[in-house]
Write a protein that binds this ligand. Structure first.
Ligand code: GUN
Ligand code: ZN
Length: 449
C-alpha cells in the first residue's frame, strides 16, 4: 500500500448529466493491490479526513502538485509516429504519399518492436495511460505492440488492420503463404487468432479493425461483422465521415447503403464497444443510428484541423445523445499531448461558420479525455477517474513547469480557470510523472523532465 498527498482532480462517478470535476486542494490518494495483485485506488479524499485511517502507510508528499487520472486516447495509429506533420492536400493524398509507404515497413517484426516501444513511451511521457490503437495489416505489428504494452502493464486495445484492396500490395493484408486462402480469408483468421491470444490478457483488449469501408472488400467488411457478432465483448474500431472525397468514394463503393455510416451497420459493425473516429459529415439520421446502436465517436481535433477534414459538431452530437471522447489520431493528428488535443477541441467547438459555435468548458474538455472517454469505451469505474476501485493509473502535474504556466495558473480564481491555464499552456513538461497500475507491489512510473 502507498499513499500520495497532493491536490486531487477527479470527476463525479455518475457523470451522465455531464462532467462534474472536483479539486481536493489537500488530498490523499491511497493505492494498493486487489485480490489479483493489481494496484487500485483504495481511497481518495481530503487528507485531514483520511490520514488517521491510513496512519503508517508510506506517504509521498507532493506539495504544489496535482494528481489527476491518466488520460485516455480513444484513437491513434502506432505505425504513424514517423508521419506526423506530413503535409498533403487532404486525407486521401496523405494516406497515399506518406502513410501507406510508412506502414509497409511494419511487416518487419524488428521495425515494429522499436516503433512500438517509442510510441508507448511517448504516450506515457505525455500522460496517456489507456489507448485504442490501430495496428497495421501485418500480424507482426500487432504482436509487437501488444508485447510492448504488456511489458509496461498498460491498458491498451488494438487489432490487426483489415484492408484487402485499394492500396499498394505491400500495405494490404497478405494471402496465406501456401495460397490456400486469399488475403480476406487470411486476415479474418489472423484477427481471430490474435483476439484469442491477447483479449483479456493482463490489461490488454482486442479491437476488430477494418481500416475504413473503402479499403475493405464487401466480403472482408461482412467477415469483420460476423467476427464482431461472435465476440461481443471485444471492441471494433474504424474511421467514418472524415473527408468529403472519402465519403464520395465510400458511397460509390457501397451504393446500396443509405450513408457511409450505414455501410458499417449493414455489415454488422455498429454495436456497443464500436468506436468510430471522426464522425464529422453526419446527418441527423447518422447520429440517431450511431446512438441507437450503442457505438461511439472518437473526436480527433488536431487531425481534423491539420488535414482540413472539417469540424466535429458538438451541439448536434449532444442533441442526438451521442457518446464521444477525445483522441490524438497520431499521425494525422499533430501531437501526443492531451493538452494540445483539448485545446484543439476547444477551437473546433468555437468554429461558427459551418455550425453554431460554442465554448466547451475546461471541465468538459478534461472529462472527454479521461472519465468521459472511459465511459464511451465501456471502461467507466475501471480507468479515467480516481474513485475507489479504479485502476491506479494517474499523472502528477506540476503547474510550475514553465514560467508562463506558473504565472498564469497562479492567477486562477477557480477550478475552470486553473484547468484552462493548463489546457492552453500545457504540454509534456506539465506531466511530472506518469504512474501505471501494475500487477506487482511496485508501481511503474515514468518521470518527466
Ligand atoms: N482513414 C483511413 N485510414 C486513415 C488513417 O490512417 N488516418 C486517418 N486520419 N483517417 C484514415
Ligand atoms: Zn485514424
Amino acid at each position: 500500500m502507498k499513499a500520495y498527498r497532493a491536490s486531487l482532480l477527479s470527476f463525479a462517478p455518475d457523470s451522465e448529466s455531464g462532467p462534474c470535476a472536483a479539486l481536493e486542494e489537500d488530498g490523499l490518494l491511497v493505492v494498493g493491490p486487489d485480490a489479483a495483485g493489481r494496484q487500485r485506488v483504495l481511497a481518495s479524499g481530503p487528507y485531514q479526513l483520511l490520514k488517521a485511517r491510513f496512519q503508517g502507510v508510506p506517504t509521498e508528499h507532493l506539495p504544489g502538485r496535482i494528481i489527476a487520472p491518466g488520460f485516455i486516447d480513444m484513437h491513434n495509429h502506432f505505425a504513424q509516429t514517423n508521419v506526423i506533420g506530413s503535409p498533403a492536400d487532404g486525407l486521401l493524398p496523405w494516406l497515399e504519399h506518406y502513410t501507406f509507404p510508412e506502414e509497409q515497413r511494419f511487416s518487419s517484426a524488428q521495425y515494429s518492436a522499436e516503433a512500438a516501444r517509442f510510441f508507448l513511451d511517448e504516450l506515457l511521457r505525455n500522460g496517456v495511460t489507456t489507448a485504442l490503437t490501430f495496428g497495421t495489416c501485418s500480424t507482426e505489428s500487432v504482436e509487437a505492440l501488444f508485447c510492448a504494452a504488456q511489458q509496461r502493464c498498460m491498458r491498451l486495445i488494438s487489432g490487426l488492420c483489415l484492408m484487402d484492396r485499394h492500396a499498394p500490395a505491400g500495405v494490404l493484408n497478405r494471402a496465406a503463404p501456401d495460397g490456400s486462402r486469399n488475403a480476406c480469408e487470411q486476415s479474418l483468421l489472423d484477427s481471430e487468432a490474435l483476439l484469442q491470444r491477447w483479449h483479456g490478457k493482463d490489461r490488454l483488449g482486442y479491437a476488430i479493425t477494418p481500416r475504413f469501408a473503402p479499403s475493405c472488400s464487401d466480403q472482408q467488411l461482412r467477415g469483420a461483422g460476423e467476427l464482431a457478432q461472435r465476440y461481443p465483448e471485444v471492441w471494433i474500431q474504424s474511421h467514418v465521415a472524415e473527408n468529403r472525397d472519402e465519403i464520395a468514394w465510400a458511397r460509390q463503393l457501397f451504393p446500396s447503403s443509405r450513408s457511409y455510416l450505414a455501410t458499417y451497420a449493414d455489415a454488422g459493425l455498429l454495436r456497443r464497444r464500436a468506436v468510430y473516429a471522426h464522425c464529422l459529415h453526419f446527418d441527423d439520421q447518422d447520429r440517431a443510428l450511431l446512438r441507437s446502436s450503442g457505438a461511439v465517436a472518437a473526436v480527433c481535433p488536431t487531425s481534423n484541423l491539420f488535414l482540413g477534414s472539417g469540424f466535429f459538431d458538438y451541439g448536434a452530437a449532444d442533441r442526438a445523445g451521442l457518446q464521444y471522447g477525445l483522441a490524438s489520431d497520431v499521425g494525422g493528428g499533430t501531437s501526443f499531448s492531451p493538452f494540445h488535443t483539448m485545446l484543439a477541441a476547444y477551437y473546433v467547438a468555437r468554429e461558427s461558420q459551418g455550425k453554431a459555435g460554442r465554448s466547451l468548458s475546461p471541465q468538459q474538455l478534461w472529462w472527454q479525455h479521461t472519465a468521459g472517454a472511459a465511459r464511451a469505451l465501456g471502461l467507466d469505474g475501471v480507468v479515467g477517474n480516481l474513485q475507489p476501485g479504479c485502476e491506479a493509473d494517474f499523472v502528477v502535474l506540476n503547474p510550475q513547469a514553465t514560467p508562463l504556466l506558473a504565472r498564469r495558473s497562479a492567477q486562477a480564481g477557480n477550478l475552470d480557470e486553473l484547468l484552462f491555464s493548463m489546457i492552453v499552456l500545457g504540454d509534456d513538461r506539465l506531466i511530472e510523472r506518469t504512474v501505471i497500475s501494475q500487477a506487482q507491489e511496485a508501481l511503474f512510473t515514468i518521470d518527466g523532465p
